[in-house]
Ligand binder design. Structure first.
Ligand SMILES: O=P(O)(O)OC[C@H]1O[C@H](O)[C@H](O)[C@@H](O)[C@@H]1O
Length: 544
């Protein structure tokens, strides 16, 4: 056993889980009218209600003890100080520095990274202002109307999620597009809608070697040059965001059009860097800075709030409670509303790539569960699809609900229908419906029934939910929300004692694909792989 599962606190938590496994949240609420007051926290205007969780007065102190014993305080200090906590890659993890408005020097490996950050932020401002004002024009002198971000993973999901979430803050009429998939349809369908004379491509890639991104970038460049019949047009229509200057120059992008960032920014934590350039190109730099401010305030709060009143710490501990003691395998993220529709996909990468690890920080196999499967979709759609399983299936699915208190649109009834669905669902998941309640309802309705029908209509309830309720989905609030989730993932990684900042698991498939690629260039049958891979390649050659 590892020191984590071996610890007295872990054993106490196991024992405590056995004690409370049969307790029902509806009784906990019935017995304590102050439960909400005791189990909810506020950060700025963000209310975090965690009262609908399967916890008693004993649970959090035990979980907090686990956090203390895993040296969480020291690990938080190490994160912010720039210690090389990403050990396998020997890198610091400093996405928090990207949103720190402070100008005082922050030295890392002999460089003042605050100065570097602010100089790139300044370049982003000058450039996005020039595009918005029409001062930056395409090769034929027309103003830019469309921006296409070509990137994948962290170079797509974060910027796309933010641009779509903050659509009401769009400045001017620039349309933003995101192309990530190497399947041709995505790029072709996007290009078909665009005028090359007024389109700006933003090639976003930390490494500038990612196959999907580079393939799309080369095809986009060919489309532009062919359409405008001018190789020189690239300078006015292509900019790059990367840590790999040499590769960008080799691709043929003007060095003045490179927006730099650094290897101490992980891909899934990079929307705060120039990787987020599509954000100010859509909502303006002032709003982008509000996003950074919101995240910075959440960073300060995370660093300073006592653990028992610290939203990311509580989120992380509740997640561990279900993941490691109730054996919940997944965690659903359910934003109610349209604008946050890409938040679940963004969180999926942030959480699963960070904490999907089977060895600890010292390289030893773990004997406990680490990161959950994160999934979800904008509500209320899920209610008409998979909520059946959450309410009555055999798996425990802890859920996060997120909803703004206001909307910028005014169609009658929509808003309150959405809000009442959020409230109704979280209530239903908590309280469920007993056989007695079902029987009574059937009797009152004068329906015929048998026990089977009653059982089919019973809702076990007792399904944990967290609710985030905030005034408006503003740039600042969104920045705070994302940062709170980032820190949740960090805290879980710290307690599981894993490296949340590498992603070795994405390499093998990429490498094997690279070896297979030349095999597809001819029609000869292959025999050198396992029989399934041979069979698939050969059938493909037959049908294509
Ligand atoms: O930005 P890039 O270097 O193109 O990388 C894009 C993405 O691909 C990698 O395989 C990683 O899994 C992601 O963490 C990364 O965000």
């Amino acid at each position: 056993m590892s020191s984590l599962t071996d610890s007295a606190t872990w054993q106490e938590l196991r024992e405590h889980h056995r004690e409370i496994a049969e307790l029902h949240m509806r009784d906990m609420f019935a017995q304590d009218s102050k439960r909400f007051d005791k189990l909810s926290l506020k950060f700025q205007d963000i209310l975090f209600d965690f009262s609908k969780n399967r916890i008693t007065e004993k649970t959090l102190p035990l979980l907090l003890k686990l956090a203390e014993e895993s040296d969480l305080a020291d690990k938080i200090a190490a994160l912010f100080s720039g210690e090389k906590i990403n050990r396998t890659e020997n890198r610091s993890v400093l996405h928090t520095a990207l949103r720190n408005p402070g100008r005082q020097p922050f030295m890392l490996d002999g460089r003042d990274i605050h100065a570097d950050i602010h100089s790139v932020l300044n370049k982003m401002r000058v450039f996005s202002d020039a595009v918005h004002s029409g001062e930056w024009r395409g090769y034929t002198g027309k103003v830019i109307t469309d921006v296409v971000n070509i990137g994948i993973g962290g170079s797509d999901l974060g910027p796309k999620m933010v641009v779509r979430a903050l659509q009401p803050y769009a400045k001017g009429t620039i349309q933003s597009h995101f192309v990530s998939n190497v399947a041709q349809a995505e790029l072709i369908n996007t290009l078909n809608k665009l005028n090359p004379e007024t389109t700006l491509f933003l090639i976003a890639s930390k490494t500038f070697t990612t196959l999907e991104t580079m393939t799309n970038a080369f095809s986009a460049r060919a489309w532009l040059v062919d359409s405008l019949k001018a190789p020189g047009a690239v300078d006015k229509h292509f900019v790059a965001v990367s840590t790999n200057r040499d590769k960008v120059v080799e691709f043929g992008i003007d060095p003045d059009n490179i927006f730099e960032f650094w290897d101490w920014v992980g891909g899934r934590y990079s929307l705060w860097s120039a990787i987020g350039l599509s954000i100010p190109l859509n909502i303006g730099m002032d709003n982008f800075e509000q996003l950074l401010n919101g995240a910075h305030e959440a960073d300060e709060y995370f660093k300073n709030a006592p653990f028992e009143q610290n939203i990311p710490v509580i989120m992380a501990l509740l997640g561990i409670w279900y993941n490691n003691f109730f054996n919940a395998e997944t965690h659903a993220i359910l934003p109610y509303g349209y604008y946050l529709r890409y938040f679940p996909a963004f969180m999926q990468q942030m959480d699963m790539e960070s904490n999907g690890k089977n060895i600890d920080i010292d390289g030893n196999p773990v004997d406990y569960q680490t990161g959950p499967i994160v999934w979800g979709q904008a509500g209320t759609n899920g209610q008409h699809a998979y909520y059946q399983l959450i309410h009555q299936g055999t798996k425990l699915v802890p859920c996060d609900f997120l909803i703004p208190g206001t909307s910028c649109h005014f169609l009658p009834d929509h808003r309150n229908i959405l809000v009442s669905n959020f409230l109704g669902q979280t209530q239903a998941l908590m309280q469920g419906k007993t056989a007695d309640q079902v029987r009574k309802e059937l009797e009152q309705a004068g329906s015929e029934y048998d026990e089977a029908l009653i059982n089919a209509k019973v809702f076990p309830g007792n399904i944990p939910t967290n609710s985030f309720l905030f005034k408006v989905l503003s740039p600042k609030t969104l920045g705070s929300l994302i940062a709170l989730y980032e820190h949740k993932v960090f805290v879980q990684g710290a307690i599981w004692n894993i490296n949340s900042f590498d992603q070795m698991g994405v390499e093998l498939g990429k490498k094997l694909s690279g070896a297979i690629f030349p095999e597809l260039q001819n029609d000869q049958p292959v025999h050198s792989y396992d029989s399934s891979t041979n069979g698939l390649i050969n059938y493909l050659k037959e049908i294509r």
